[in-house]
Design a protein around this ligand. Structure first.
Ligand SMILES: Cc1ncc(COP(=O)(O)O)c(C=O)c1O
Length: 423
């Protein structure tokens, strides 16, 4: 590709597109603009969560409601939502069974640090859906991963967590590392991080079993923490044999395998793990698992649970460093139960899969027709078009494939045509 092109687009055409679409967006949203001017400055940087600064629109829309796969903003636009709260609403906004459960539980108490009958039913559903693991409930997938890492370190007595370059498992400080010239370093851009994270983490490229083996052979890795498919940069699929290799290497070198299904739950019933018969030692899924109610679940095999019991019995009394006050509250269980039993069903997956297949084939056809150097990747219900040739092999490839200027212009252009995609 020539330097004078961005993903096949001439810079002057790209700038024209960006400017035209930004103008159109802003001209159509006077109410949001006025409301933000009136009230947003109480927030740091004008937004309640600084990630919202990442959206490429000239200013944010204000959302008045969201239902199913559609959101409505205060300027009256109805938007097809392909972002779905970055998958927190993967099964639709406010699924009716979950909304009903929230309403019922709202009159029965929101949090009391004791289990309900729903908790037992949700536990049965979790084992049914994801395998006979020993479960714990957290509030975010970040927390669930943090706690899984604690257990892995406690039961193996080893310090390091192996993660893949370009991966993301939430704002888990311990694994915020990347590869720079083949060396594990703190991620650039971390705010206020003073620790040398390479003391507790090692970074390897995805799909590189030789690299994984070299890291494991040092004998200090407690666990491999990975998504089955890398979804947090441009999507990277595992090559044939990669997951089998991870499993056998982790066993050979005494490290645990933690599979984070938070995004790949899009793969089908039970997530990528069930669809592709993986056998992790620990399993994490958050975001959409309770239909959008802040909830994450993490589980471990019986064998790990036995080792945990020993480590737990041997530790000194006091705080374990795991858990948060509002976790495992009755509202989470009411929503988990409703979502697992009535929303995240085989029927729902079949529907989503069919639509995703259609979207993916349509995108590929257009890319083909205009001979763009782009490609499409799909993991069940999750579809991504990537403004670079594929397939991508690892996190470094994925970082190079990103075309921020092209993606930002397209994002606003699509929004102006009624489609919201993830940033
Ligand atoms: C694979 C994966 N794990 C964990 C997380 C963290 O989720 P949360 O931000 O809800 O803690 C994310 C967030 O994007 C994720 O993609």
């Amino acid at each position: 590709m020539s330097d004078a092109l961005f993903a096949g687009i001439r810079p002057e055409r790209l700038e024209k597109l960006r400017a035209r679409e930004a103008k159109r967006f802003a001209a159509g949203r006077p109410k949001a603009k006025a409301a933000l001017a009136d009230g947003a400055d109480v927030f740091l940087d004008g937004v309640p969560l600084h990630w919202m600064k990442d959206w490429p629109m000239p200013h944010l829309p204000l959302i008045s409601k969201a239902k199913g796969a559609r959101i409505t903003d205060i300027d009256g636009y109805e938007i097809d939502d392909f972002c779905l709260g970055d998958t927190g609403s993967m099964f639709g906004h406010s699924p009716p069974p979950v909304a009903k459960a929230i309403k019922a539980q709202a009159g029965r108490g929101l949090t009391y640090m004791l289990p309900s009958e729903d908790a037992l039913e949700a536990g049965r559903l979790l084992s049914d859906r994801f395998g006979a693991l020993r479960w714990q409930i957290a509030t975010t997938a970040t927390d669930a991963n943090r706690f899984a890492i604690r257990v892995a370190r406690a039961v193996t007595g080893r310090p390091k967590i192996l993660v893949f370059n370009g991966s993301y498992h939430g704002t888990v400080d311990d694994v915020m590392v990347e590869l720079v010239d083949g060396v594990t370093c703190n991620r650039q851009g971390l705010l206020g991080q003073v620790a040398d994270l390479s003391q507790g983490a090692v970074c390897v490229e995805f799909n590189d079993l030789a690299g994984v083996e070299a890291a494991l052979a040092k004998g200090d890795v407690a666990a491999i923490l990975t998504e089955p498919v890398m979804t947090n940069s441009c999507m990277v699929l595992p090559v044939a044999g990669f997951h089998d290799g991870l499993r056998s290497l982790s066993r050979r070198y005494g490290a645990l395998l933690i599979i984070d299904e938070t995004h790949t739950i899009s793969s089908g019933l039970g997530g990528y793990t069930a669809v592709h018969s993986l056998s992790p030692d620990m399993f994490v899924v958050g975001k959409c698992v309770a239909g959008g109610m802040p909830t994450a679940v993490w589980g471990m095999t019986e064998a790990v649970a036995e080792r945990y019991a020993v480590a737990n019995a041997e530790r000194a009394p006091g705080h374990s460093g795991m858990g948060t006050t509002l976790s495992a509250n009755p509202m989470q269980f009411a929503c988990l139960k409703a979502n697992l039993a009535e929303v995240m069903t085989a029927k729902a997956y079949a529907h989503m899969e069919k639509l995703a297949e259609r979207l993916s084939a349509g995108l590929a056809q257009v890319i083909d027709r205009v001979a763009a150097p782009w490609h499409v990747v799909r993991v069940g219900a999750r579809v991504e078009f990537i403004c670079a040739p594929g397939p991508l092999h690892n996190g470094s490839d994925a970082a190079h494939a990103h075309q921020p200027a092209v993606e930002a212009a397209l994002h606003v252009a699509l929004l102006n045509r009624g489609c919201l995609i993830a940033t």
